[in-house]
Design a protein around this ligand. Structure first.
Ligand SMILES: CC(C)(COP(=O)(O)OP(=O)(O)OC[C@H]1O[C@@H](n2cnc3c(N)ncnc32)[C@H](O)[C@@H]1OP(=O)(O)O)[C@@H](O)C(=O)NCCC(=O)NCCS
Length: 141
């Protein structure tokens, strides 16, 4: 991802996420040199991910695919790229959080070798003002 991708990334983020990141969050990740692959189809951004590496651990911060391009393996491809990139950086474990209601993403992560290690109560905001639990996942590299 570069700053030139941010308009397309923000359009996907706003469509995909219950609590979307603002553009400044992506800019901060670009500044921090986080691992930020974009998936493209016919020259158009159709998905992206952001992963922060620190020492021997990495955290997947966000991942989304354009609604019209889902169920075509784009997210799997992005996760495999991130795993490979993490291994190159001597990362031994990847972590992520996901909403308990997000069964699609949980199925994606389980299929890509992540396993559940815990739960954070009331971690996410919801549109109704209530809170939602997060499931924590880990993948050993
Ligand atoms: C979750 C998301 C990233 C999946 O992207 P995708 O490119 O459609 O996923 P893939 O095509 O690579 O599918 C990989 C696996 O995810 C799971 N999956 C994806 N969509 C699913 C659906 N609609 N129903 C059930 N499982 C689903 C399946 O296990 C699938 O493997 P399979 O195709 O072999 O069954 C996408 O739906 C999305 O952007 N959702 C909104 C944002 C989001 O939830 N991000 C994750 C936050 S933690």
């Amino acid at each position: 991802m570069t700053s030139n991708d941010l308009a397309a990334v923000m359009a996907i983020e706003n469509e995909a996420q219950t609590s979307p990141w603002g553009v400044s969050a992506f800019q901060s990740s670009l500044m921090a040199q986080d691992v930020m692959p974009v998936a493209e189809s016919a020259g158009k951004v159709v998905g992206f991910a952001v992963m922060k590496c620190a020492s021997d651990q990495a955290e997947l911060l966000t991942l989304a695919v354009l609604a019209s391009c889902r169920r075509q393996g784009v997210a799997k491809h992005l996760l495999r790229f991130l795993s490979d990139e993490a291994k190159k950086r001597q990362v031994t474990a990847m972590f992520l959080e996901v909403r308990v209601s997000n069964e699609k993403a949980q199925s994606l992560y389980s299929g890509e070798g992540f396993y559940r290690i815990g739960l954070r109560k009331n971690y996410y905001p919801t549109p109704t003002g209530a809170r939602e639990d997060a499931l924590l996942y880990r993948k050993d590299l």
